[in-house]
Design a binder for this molecule. Structure first.
Ligand code: ADP
Ligand code: MG
Length: 245
């Protein structure tokens, strides 16, 4: 079963071909990592899937529906959640309120914001916080949290839109190694349990090899290798071009 089909995507910026013939598939509950040197086209590929960039060529098909070139909000409504390299939260609000805001926003309930935002979807928000182990910190303002905890809140916010697919752009950037491993383990267990597909980019190769089912290696906009962590690790071309061995 295919959750995400990316077919022959291409994107040029002036004379630079940032992505070329990029094709891959992702199944529900599967963790797929995109790795590659700086400038390889990882973010470009990500942004074409999330709707932030329109491809010049190719298709993005989500759960059988062609969503190519649709705006980010539309893609989000259709089940593509996203976290960013820098956590995106409302720092003056509490942990629970941040998740409540996500629920309100996803349901387009902007009118109810002023009325009773404090109680709206509260239990549901706590449920999502529970999934990431943050229910006991529901009342804390985000500004008081350690960075690793903010990242977990961000994951809860992304989960609140009930995504089929989660796009995670360097989810562990700026975190200590131990926290990184914990966040990746948490993400992987939630993804498998709830059958959410995860497409992620990551600099930390230990995290990539430990927590992905498959890896795509992108170099200068093209996929040079694809396979399980073991296959990619032992691929001669990958070692030469990317891992520098
Ligand atoms: P990565 O995320 O793998 O580091 P990117 O997808 O950000 O790589 O970039 C791929 C290539 O496309 C790079 O050469 C980059 O300079 C270029 N590029 C990316 N975004 C833009 C843009 N908005 N305008 C011009 N060039 C861009
Ligand atoms: Mg990038």
């Amino acid at each position: 079963m295919t959750l995400l089909l990316v077919d022959n995507l291409q994107k040029r910026f002036g004379g630079v071909t940032a992505a070329k013939n990029v094709s891959f598939q992702l199944a529900p509950g599967e963790l797929l990592a995109i790795i590659g040197p700086n400038g390889a086209g990882k973010s470009t590929t990500f942004n074409m899937v999330g709707g932030q960039l329109k491809p010049d060529l190719g298709r993005v098909v989500l759960d059988g529906e062609d969503v190519t070139g649709q705006p980010p909000r539309m893609v989000w409504r259709k089940g593509v959640g996203r976290t960013f390299q820098i956590a995106q939260t409302f720092v003056s609000m509490s942990v629970a309120e941040n998740v409540q805001m996500a629920l309100i926003s996803h349901r387009n309930e902007t009118r109810s914001l002023t009325a009773n935002a404090h109680s709206l979807h509260r239990d549901e928000a706590i449920g999502f916080l529970d999934r990431v182990g943050m229910a006991d910190m529901a009342e804390r303002p985000v500004s008081e949290l350690a960075y690793g905890d903010v990242k977990r809140v961000e994951l809860a916010i992304a989960l609140a839109s009930n995504p089929k697919l989660l796009l995670m752009d360097e989810p562990t950037a700026g975190m200590a190694p131990k926290e990184r491993a914990q966040l990746m383990e948490l993400t992987a267990s939630i993804a498998r349990k709830h059958k959410i597909g995860v497409l992620f980019t990551e600099h930390d190769m230990d995290a990539v090899f430990a927590h992905s089912d498959r890896i795509l290696v992108l170099v200068r906009g093209e996929i040079i290798a694809e396979g399980t962590p073991d296959e990619v690790r032992s691929n001669a071309q990958v070692k030469q071009v990317y891992l520098g061995e």
